[in-house]
Design a protein around this ligand. Structure first.
Ligand SMILES: [Zn+2]
Length: 557
């Protein structure tokens, strides 16, 4: 029997030994993990051809334009819990930014990185803590530090406490975040103040500068490239799209300090301090490989306050691009061999009022009839229970039963409510899911673009923290009414505009390539571990190592 020549050629090729395997290059000396809060794949696609600075550099490495924060709870806490841990929020224990449960003897809202057991603490004035994170949740920094003989140092900074502590881990050398209560950057209550100032000498100067700015804010002009985006859009009683972001409120110092976050200046200050951490501690220039985690929050605050498609976001994109350019230049000048992994904690969706003007009239806002008191009344009428029965945080998503719903009737009540909601809101919601039905599902795996809604909910499901019922809004429906200051647009849905984020890797000398198929943010930890030869026990992460070597060599074990 004779084989066709092409078949013989294929058979011979497949029997040839692999050309190369295993980590090919020397490990980098510094890993820079960056999260740009609310940097969706859609925003990246719009802007990638217009960057000229640090974000342009990131497009010249290995590009995964369709990364996934695969879970349904597309919020900052769940998202950041995946980036340097390699596990889904369900396994990390982070069901949402906030959930309802018992604060001591009182039923109330609990924040993802607070210790609600500290006497006197409240949901809004709390002690930052990682107590809600599971034992399986180990960050890259924690894993590297645990290797005997490794001299890794770990530094982290963010415009939000949750952005910093969730990328840093439990054993970081310094973890800093902007806190409006402190009117500047701060750290854990237990941090030694003298050590903090030794490690971040610029801290007091940057905080003083923020203080001066709050007293007399200077809003930078809108870059000329953004003028074409000026187009006022009414969102309830508010107007967006007028131009540069507004100055902070001046009625109280607290409001001014809160509003500082909604300006380009937040990321500039964050990167000033990140740069100072590198220089003062000679990160990337000592015995081990160091880790610097940076979560840049202004894109998120500006996205919430002004939407994603206006001149305000344009100003932010150009400002961030320019500042990251300076940041990378500073690392280059110190001749540090570093690798950057840049992604986001979740995506985002523009204000529906602008969508309507921009050829997408199907965008809208969720029915107000999905407010918790309405569900509470439905249950009261059916079951005869008294008092408030349901709590929620947004229209749609998780709804929690209060202690007024008897524990032994909860599964029954959830099943009845699901059927009632699907009948009453037929066509107005994508579906309702009970805790019991999600709990039965195995942890999803495989291509996240193909997961069902229930599978997405499962990936951020934590039995003791997830709501009793989950309402999936229709695609394109924002979970909040119009007119809330600082909140014209948001994220948090199980839809791909909130799940898809770019995942970008850059290192000097890297051969660029692009892989458009879906990958996940849980792949980042095993990928970086591959670069530094850090062993990852099989099964201890949900992601896989992405081979960053173009060609037959591999950066994975
Ligand atoms: Zn976020």
């Amino acid at each position: 029997m004779r084989f066709a020549p092409w078949l013989v050629a294929i058979a011979m090729a497949s029997s040839m030994p692999a050309l190369a395997a295993g980590p090919a290059a020397t490990p980098p000396k510094l890993i820079v993990a960056i999260s740009v809060d609310q940097f969706s794949s859609d925003l990246f696609a719009e802007w990638r051809g217009k960057y000229s600075g640090g974000l342009k550099r990131m497009t010249q490495g290995v590009v995964f334009p369709g990364g996934y924060q695969s879970h349904a709870a597309t919020e900052t806490c769940p998202g950041h819990s995946t980036i340097t841990s390699g596990i889904h929020p369900s396994r990390a224990g982070i069901a949402a930014n906030d959930w309802f449960g018992m604060r001591g003897q009182k039923f109330g809202e609990i924040y993802c990185v607070e210790d609600e057991d500290v006497p006197g603490s409240t949901h809004d004035d709390y002690i930052v803590s990682l107590k809600h994170l599971s034992a399986d949740w180990q960050t890259l920094g924690d894993r590297m530090k645990a290797v005997p003989g490794n001299q890794t140092r770990v530094f982290a900074i963010s415009g939000k406490d949750r952005g910093a502590v969730l990328m840093a881990g439990r054993h970081a050398d310094q973890t800093l975040w902007y806190d409006w209560r402190a009117k500047g950057f701060t750290s854990y209550a237990s941090t030694d103040a003298a050590q903090l100032r030794a490690d971040v000498p610029l801290l007091d100067a940057v905080n003083a500068r923020i203080g001066q700015w709050l007293a007399k804010p200077v809003i930078p002009p809108l870059p000329a490239q953004c003028l074409a985006k000026v187009q006022p859009v009414a969102v309830g009683k508010l107007t967006i799209g007028r131009g540069a972001e507004e100055g902070p409120r001046t009625d109280t110092p607290e409001n001014a300090a809160k509003d500082f976050r909604t300006t380009r200046a937040l990321d500039l200050a964050t990167l000033d301090l990140a740069e100072n951490m590198v220089a003062a501690n000679h990160l990337g220039q000592k015995a081990g490989t160091d880790v610097l985690a940076i979560s840049l929050s202004a894109t998120d605050y500006i996205g919430h306050a002004y939407g994603t498609e206006g001149p305000e976001m344009c100003g932010q994109m150009l400002s961030l691009d320019a500042r990251l350019d300076k940041f990378f230049d500073a690392l280059d000048r110190q001749k540090i061999d570093y690798v950057v992994a840049l992604t986001a904690d979740h995506g985002g969706f523009d204000a529906p009022e602008r969508h309507a003007q921009n050829a997408y009239p199907a965008a809208g806002r969720a029915p107000m009839m999905l407010a918790a008191p309405v569900l509470s009344q439905m249950l009261a009428k059916q079951f005869g229970w008294q008092g408030s029965l349901v709590e929620n945080r947004a229209l749609g998503g998780d709804y929690w039963f209060t202690p007024n719903v008897p524990v032994d009737r909860r599964a029954e009540a959830a099943a009845w409510l699901k059927a009632a909601l699907e009948a009453q809101f037929k066509g107005q919601i994508a579906g309702a899911f009970t805790k019991a039905e999600i709990a039965l599902l195995p942890t999803p795996s495989g291509n996240p673009a193909l997961w069902t809604l229930a599978q997405r909910i499962r990936a951020s499901f934590v039995p003791e923290r997830t709501g009793d019922i989950y309402i999936a809004l229709n695609n394109g429906q924002q979970p909040a009414p119009a007119g809330i200051r600082g909140f014209v647009a948001t994220h948090g849905s199980p839809w791909d505009y909130d799940r898809r984020v770019p995942i970008l890797f850059w290192r000097k000398g890297m051969t660029p390539f692009e892989q458009p198929q879906p990958v996940e943010t849980v792949d980042i930890l095993p990928t970086l571990a591959g670069l530094v030869g850090l062993p990852i026990a099989p099964g201890s992460v949900d992601g896989r190592c992405l081979d960053l070597e173009a060609g037959p060599a591999s950066s994975c074990p």
